[in-house]
Every structure is written in structure tokens, then in C-alpha cells.
Design a protein around this ligand. Structure first.
Ligand SMILES: [Zn+2]
Length: 322
């Protein structure tokens, strides 16, 4: 299917069309007229069809609210009121990819399949999950995935899927060091926070704040939708429009301020085994601001340079230190 700039299709307007030899296809950029939702489709005839919806999610604290939202939108929705649709799809669909990820500044929900009907089913489940989740009506979903208290013979303790996941993640020295350096380098914006949730801070999150955060960020005007491959475009756009059109356009500005460089240091501790020797367990981490995200060449060069210097035991810097 070929689209032309200015063409209207299922509530969307085609804003830009670009041929890319590198991507072996045509990139179409569309905007949903009613809500302002942005959609890009890479038409490259690839049999594997991909749908991904993402939201800009910039945390304001380290309660892990966006990580908990990511888990819980996949715990049932209006049209698919089962307890764990995600696990059902894992077992029963023909998906070639199915997941959800929370980053420091965005949350993404990608699916893909080679089968057209399966692709549409998966897209439908994910759209229903992000725009009509059961979490709004059923607080126990939040308590199960986020945090709650349980009592047993040893007394009261905190439990919760995300809480346990983050306790595990934050018990390794590498993650503690990584989080620590991000906190130091980015004290004034979202990159200094723990978007996954800091055990100890996750318990500060209330059901009310969690629902308010969901409503604030999970809106078509704050979304980006990406399609790739030989998708059945008419049916896909019509399905997407049926969800987006339930909303009205909202002004959404979640700016991330640039971080001014600041010289800072801190000492952090991490857990080791009771009988472990503390000798040789210290680590030294150094980090600096290199450039802004807009300086794409420099970002790439710095990545290559750090790979060259320290990627393997044979890399010059690492070899010298070892
Ligand atoms: Zn998780």
C-alpha cells in the first residue's frame, strides 16, 4: 500500500514520506488528528510484522511507579479480563517477540508475528492493556505486583513482584555501582532516579498516586506507535484508531532538563556473604558527561572508544588495570 503526504486514513494524516535504501523500504510518518499521537511505519515488505506502542515516562521519584505500571497493565483489561494475558499469549500465540520494558525515560510495549491474524490479535491485546487496564478497577493488582505486607511466624514483611525483582537486581555490585554513578552524574533530572524502583522507596507508593501517574502519562497524546513490515495497514490503523479516538488531545510536555556538570563523589555499600572476606571487594567507578543526545556522532564515537578501551580483558585500559 502506498501513502501520499497529506492523505487521510483511519483518523491519521500522512505527514512525511521518505525512501530509505539503508532500511530497504519507505518510512511513513503519520499523526492521529484527534489526539496528536505520532505513528511511524517502516514499509519494507518484511514478513515479520511488528507493532510497538511507547509512552514518554519520566520518573519524579524512585518508587518504580512506571515499572509497576508496566507489569500491571499486562494483568488483564476490559476486553481481555484474564489474570495474566501476557503469559497466555506467551503460550498460545505465534509471536516472534512479546515483551514490555521500562527505561529511564520511556516504557515500550512491542509485539511481532509472521502471521497476520496473530499480529492483529496481539496488537489488540496490547492496545486494550495500555488504554483499558483492569488496574483502574482492581487495586489488588497493584498490591500483588507492587508491594503489600504479609505476616507469618517471623512477623510482618513486605512482598510484591516488582519489589522482589528489584531486591534481586539491586543486590549485585554492578547494578549498585551503575545506579550510584547515574545518581552522581544526573542529580537534577530523571536519569539520576531508579526507574525500576529502589527497594525501600517502592513502599512509599500508594495506589492513588500510582493510578494518578497512569492517567497522567498513558494518553495517546504522549504516545509513539511504531509499525514495521508487511502489516495489513487498513485493519491495523482502524484498530489503533478505535482506541485512540476514545481520548481528546492533551497538551503533554514532559521535558527533561539538561544536566549541568557537577563534581561529586560518594561511597556506597553492597551486601556480601556473612563469611566472605572483604579484601579485594572494593570497586572504583568514574563517570562524566560527554555530550548531549543530539550530538549523535560523538555519542557513537564515545561508545566505540569505551568498547575499545575497556570491553574485554585484552582491551588496553582494562589490561593495564588488571
Ligand atoms: Zn519487572
Amino acid at each position: 500500500m502506498e501513502l501520499k503526504t497529506g492523505q487521510e486514513i483511519h483518523g491519521f494524516e500522512v505527514k512525511r514520506v521518505r525512501r530509505s535504501d539503508e532500511l530497504k523500504g519507505t518510512m511513513y510518518e503519520l499523526e492521529h488528528t484527534r489526539t496528536g499521537a505520532q505513528l511511524a511505519w517502516l514499509d519494507n515488505s518484511e514478513r515479520n510484522k511488528l507493532f510497538c506502542i511507547s509512552f514518554k515516562t519520566t520518573p519524579e521519584d524512585s518508587t518504580g511507579v512506571f515499572h509497576i505500571i508496566e507489569h500491571t497493565v499486562l494483568c488483564g483489561s476490559d476486553k481481555y479480563p484474564v489474570k495474566e494475558p501476557f503469559l497466555e499469549l506467551m503460550k498460545s500465540s505465534l509471536n516472534t517477540f512479546l515483551n514490555a520494558m521500562t527505561f529511564d525515560d520511556k516504557t515500550i510495549y512491542p509485539i511481532s508475528s509472521r502471521n497476520e491474524q496473530d499480529f492483529l490479535n496481539l496488537t489488540s491485546v496490547y492496545l486494550d492493556a495500555v488504554f483499558a487496564p483492569s488496574l483502574l478497577k482492581n487495586p489488588s493488582i497493584f498490591y500483588q505486583e507492587g508491594w503489600h505486607m504479609e505476616s507469618d511466624e517471623s512477623g510482618l514483611s513486605y512482598k510484591g513482584v516488582v519489589l522482589n525483582e528489584m531486591k534481586g537486581a539491586m543486590s549485585g555490585v554492578d547494578r549498585v555501582a551503575m545506579q550510584g554513578i547515574q545518581e552522581l552524574v544526573f542529580p537534577d533530572n530523571c536519569y539520576g532516579l531508579n526507574s525500576g524502583g529502589e527497594p525501600g522507596k517502592i513502599q512509599d507508593l500508594t495506589y492513588e498516586n500510582y493510578v494518578a501517574t497512569y492517567r497522567k502519562y498513558y494518553h495517546p497524546s504522549n504516545s509513539r506507535i511504531y509499525l514495521d513490515g508487511a502489516v495489513p495497514l487498513d485493519r491495523t490503523l482502524s484498530l489503533i484508531d478505535s482506541y485512540l479516538s476514545r481520548f481528546d488531545r492533551q497538551e503533554m510536555v514532559f521535558d527533561i532538563p539538561y544536566q549541568a556538570p557537577k563534581a561529586r563523589k560518594q561511597t556506597l555499600t553492597y551486601e556480601i556473604g556473612k563469611d566472605d572476606d572483604t579484601n579485594g571487594k572494593s570497586q572504583y567507578v568514574i563517570g562524566a558527561l560527554g555530550c548531549t543526545w543530539q550530538d549523535k556522532t560523538k555519542v557513537m564515537v564515545l561508545g566505540a572508544l569505551s568498547d575499545y578501551l575497556a570491553d574485554s580483558n585484552e582491551s588496553p585500559l582494562k589490561k593495564a588495570v588488571l
